[in-house]
Design a protein around this ligand. Structure first.
Ligand code: GDP
Length: 569
């Protein structure tokens, strides 16, 4: 039994053990009724309600937003063993941490997709909490997906509409957006997130064309029901040939005046690829969205992150601002919700991370994507990378003294993860820091997981490595990415931090300045429409609302920015 002393009583008091505290204090007073002890009792009685109130506010939600805020700050301490043995609150904290503040649904089989709940141990905690509205929207989407997913009664009923022919007799219980697997992996991840947001806004169910390797790369994101389009879907064999001239293409039908107020097609093909025409771009108009509501099957091919233009559609405006009060977090949250590497890819990620990156004091990612033709490494790209890394102080300067050996006074280590199709940039950088000491004495090591030489989208193992590398980049503390690259956008969005963007070299020379910090961590929409649907005339869509601006790396592109960057360009 514990001997009562003021220290023990204070211990109970600090750990909210009300009954123990009360018994302890009474026993102690009883044994030693002195003036000092009476003072201790009085102070203790006065202070307890105050501490209890503070504790109650932080443990119990008053409003959901406040609860999220409190949870975010409770997580880091959750893995410290509670002295009071309060295991349940510790477990709640850990669970919330694992579920990314409620973004992920609980209850998935952990072993079948280790990354879903384990990636949190490798990533820094996000600075951004999902809104309570986004969380409830995701939960109700999951219910809808359960109810309408592949081979459910509703799915089978709606499928009959496609099979039966071209018109829909009555409105359907479930409506769908089918995403066609198209383009490089970074592009695919951005378009999938865009299609999912469109599904959330229009109460459609997202089904994913598995292409060559979607199932090999990503775990199922929704509980209990697959997101993969069934293999026996009747028109899958047309997906590859769909283009802006296909008879079922919405833009083409508009152009040829085939769409009327009475039309009720059972499915439409939406062509949102970079080469799309004015009529295809009518997708981003309110009146067209009203029409599309009556079409049960929308089949979409795109290589664009079209989210910024959804923010310019009036009928979506209110819902979007509730879902994303912090505008620059769309891909960050949706990406972390949707994209979980399969166990095979997860193995590539954690083995590499543990072998080369885990022990460093700081991790820096440099993603080099070169769109110029010819065989690299190009000296102007190399110069640009070095200038950017030195100017932004990501890498220390080198001492050029002949036999210079810097005293080991600052033994911080930096691990630099280079990703590129080419091994030349990595080789040059690591040679530079091997041949010369750093002026700071820091230990700099370079690593490059693969150099695949050229894009091989059709190959499974190639795409696994690409996904693993995007993910590894997202685990670094600071990122440098290449202009125009969706590969880099994905890494930045998942990381949840603004990257240093290397400006696109013009005329094969290093740009000056070489890089800048991104306005926001959102990807850039490379081929946005420039059309005012109401006024029926062209406009600069980068000037309509403060949160949709032109991108740093592509002057005609559009991206979402946070409130702190409304005025910057
Ligand atoms: P983007 O072309 O940079 O916008 O990115 P995408 O991911 O859409 O397409 C480029 C493709 O090239 C990737 O999906 C990979 O297949 C390949 N690729 C480009 N850079 C790298 C790299 O650094 N590492 C690996 N493993 N593959 C790359």
């Amino acid at each position: 039994m514990l001997k009562q002393s003021p220290t023990i009583c204070i211990f109970f008091f600090l750990h909210q053990q009300t009954i123990h505290w009360f018994t302890c204090t009474c026993n102690y007073i009883n044994k030693q009724a002195t003036l000092t002890n009476m003072k201790f009792l009085a102070a203790s009685l006065l202070a307890f309600p105050l501490v209890f109130t503070v504790w109650f506010i932080f443990r119990h939600p008053i409003t959901t937003d406040r609860a999220e805020f409190a949870q975010a700050r409770v997580f880091p301490s959750a893995n410290i063993q509670s002295v009071s043995g309060d295991i349940s609150s510790q477990e709640i904290g850990m669970t919330q941490h694992k579920l990314l503040g409620g973004l992920l649904a609980p209850g998935f089989d952990e072993k079948s997709c280790l990354s879903r709940y384990h990636s949190v141990s490798y990533r820094k905690m996000s600075r951004y909490m999902p809104s309570s509205h986004l969380l409830s929207k995701l939960r109700s989407y999951e219910d809808l997906h359960r109810q309408c997913g592949p081979h459910t009664k509703s799915y089978n009923e709606t499928l009959k509409q496609i099979k039966a022919g071209n018109t829909v007799a009555s409105s359907t219980e479930c409506n769908y957006i089918v995403w066609i697997s198209f383009s490089g992996l970074g592009n695919r991840m951005l378009t999938l997130a865009s299609a999912f947001l469109y599904a959330l806004l229009t109460n459609r169910v997202l089904l994913v064309d598995r292409g060559k390797d979607m199932a090999d790369l990503f775990c199922e994101p929704f509980p209990d029901m697959s997101w993969l389009l069934p293999l026996d879907f009747p028109i899958t064999n047309q997906f590859e040939s769909f283009n802006q001239n296909s008879p079922s293409c919405y833009g083409k039908m508009l152009k040829n005046n085939i769409i009327t107020k009475e039309s009720k097609p059972s499915f439409l093909y939406l062509h949102l690829v970079h080469d799309y025409q004015d009529h295809d771009k009518m997708f981003f108009c309110d009146q067209d969205q009203t029409f599309l509501k009556r079409v049960p099957w929308l089949i979409m091919k795109t290589n664009n992150y079209f989210v910024p233009s959804l923010f310019l559609i009036l009928s979506f405006e209110k819902e979007l601002s509730k879902l994303f009060p912090e505008k620059e977090t769309v891909f960050h949250h949706l990406g972390r919700y949707l994209f979980h590497p399969t166990n095979q890819v997860w193995g590539l990620i954690i083995r590499y991370y543990q072998a080369y990156l885990a022990k460093a004091d700081e991790r820096i990612g440099i993603q080099v994507r070169v769109f110029d033709t010819g065989k690299g490494p190009f000296p102007y790209v190399m110069d640009q990378i070095v200038a950017c890394a030195l100017n932004s102080k990501l890498l220390p300067k080198l001492s050029m003294k002949e036999s210079g050996i810097t005293p080991l006074r600052n033994q911080r280590s930096k691990a630099i993860l280079v990703t590129s199709l080419d091994s030349g940039y990595y080789e040059n950088l690591s040679n530079m820091y091997w041949e010369h000491p750093t002026v700071t004495g820091e230990v700099i090591s370079f690593f490059q997981p693969s150099h695949e030489e050229y894009q091989q989208t059709e190959k499974k193992n190639h795409n696994r490595k690409a996904w693993a590398e995007m993910f590894l980049l997202s685990l670094t503390d600071v990122l440098v990415t290449s202009s125009w690259s969706t590969f880099g956008y994905v890494a930045q969005g998942l990381a949840g931090s603004k990257a240093w963007i290397l400006y696109k070299p013009e005329n094969r020379s290093a740009p000056n300045p070489p890089c800048r910090i991104a306005m926001s961590m959102e990807p850039c929409f490379h081929a946005p429409p420039f059309y005012d649907c109401k006024a029926k005339k062209g406009i600069d869509t980068g000037l309509v609302v403060p949160h949709v601006r032109h991108c740093e790396d592509m002057s005609w592109g559009l991206k979402l920015v946070g409130a702190d960057n409304h005025l910057q360009q």
